[in-house]
Write a protein that binds this ligand. Structure first.
Ligand code: C2E
Ligand code: CA
Ligand code: CA
Ligand code: CA
Length: 273
């Protein structure tokens, strides 16, 4: 029994070591990712359900490393948040999205928004507002082309976040709550924060046709959002039946593989311009 325990421990320890090696390797590479031009943004259309028209695009980070290959943001964003790298990476996202907006406006694209994800950590950075204003000015774009997606995590820290969001909103940037319903915050923040859009989390949309609770939560979020004068968008829509359910439930917009996957900017232009 003792031997077995020891062997198990050794196995565990070597697993642990390679786990740590991987994390360190990932961090070392992530640190260099911006300078090596390994980051890109892909854009996923957000569709108005009633008209099937594209109204906006969510910018999603992609990282291709020469050694490690494609790494999912689900894997490197948490690491970036823990190491503080989310600040330079987040600033790169702001800059790159604004540059893309400018390019699309120049190419004649009209009436669209680009939504960027802002991590809670970025709100603790004192110059987030400045970075955004600077990028808007640099590329001479109207703030109404920009939407920011925040999570309920950003709303824990009311003193830091509310003044920044209020100023962004005053500029004309719209504010969307991502993964709505999955965080810890109370409904009170819907009152306190200047929110324009609620994004129904994919986990509710997934089983909206088969699970009565998910269906009830989804319709309730839509109703509540509308009552509060907000726009409601459902994420992770993969089939027609889900889209039909959402349209019937009066949801404004939807995003998901049914309509389009996140695509490089050139693909967006080829397909939709
Ligand atoms: P998120 O903000 O909730 O983004 C939606 C995720 O769902 C994206 O994954 C998107 O590709 C995926 N998705 C969209 N439609 C469908 C669908 O119909 N089915 C399925 N199965 N998935 C769908 P992605 O691109 O892997 O991003 C994962 C997460 O990484 C994002 O979740 C977001 O939290 C984070 N992330 C991505 N880009 C950024 C960024 O620029 N900044 C920050 N802070 N976080 C980012
Ligand atoms: Ca998002
Ligand atoms: Ca989301
Ligand atoms: Ca999500």
């Amino acid at each position: 029994v003792k031997e077995k325990g020891k062997a198990h421990f050794q196995f565990y320890r070597s697993e642990m070591n390679s786990f740590i090696t991987n994390i360190v390797e990932l961090e070392t590479n992530l640190r260099k990712a911006i300078d090596r031009n390994e980051l890109t943004l892909h854009y996923q259309p957000q569709i108005e359900l009633a008209t099937k028209k594209i109204k906006s695009y969510e910018a999603l980070l992609r990282w291709n490393n020469h050694e490690l290959g494609n790494i999912s943001p689900a894997d490197f964003i948490p690491l970036a948040e823990d190491t503080g790298l989310i600040i330079p990476i987040g600033n790169w996202v702001i800059e790159t999205a604004c540059k893309q907006i400018k390019d699309w406006v120049d190419k004649g694209m009209e009436d669209f928004k680009v939504a960027i994800n802002i991590s809670p950590k970025q709100f603790q950075q004192h110059n987030l507002l400045l970075k955004i204003r600077y990028a808007l000015e640099k590329y001479q774009i109207h703030p109404s082309f920009l939407e920011i997606e925040i999570t309920e995590g950003a709303m824990q820290d009311t003193e830091d976040t509310i003044p920044i969001l209020s100023e962004l909103k005053e500029l004309g940037i719209s504010i969307s709550v991502d993964d709505f319903g999955t965080g810890y915050s109370s409904l009170n923040y819907l009152k306190q924060f200047p929110i324009d859009v609620l994004k129904i989390d994919k986990s509710f949309v997934d089983d909206v046709l088969s699970n009565e609770k998910d269906a009830a939560i989804t319709t309730t979020i839509i109703h509540m959002g509308r009552s509060l004068g907000m726009e409601v968008i459902a994420e992770g829509v993969e089939n027609e039946e889900q889209a039909k359910f959402l349209l019937n439930a009066n949801c404004h917009k939807a995003q998901g593989f049914l309509f389009a996957r996140p695509l490089p900017a050139e693909e967006i232009e080829k397909k939709f311009l």
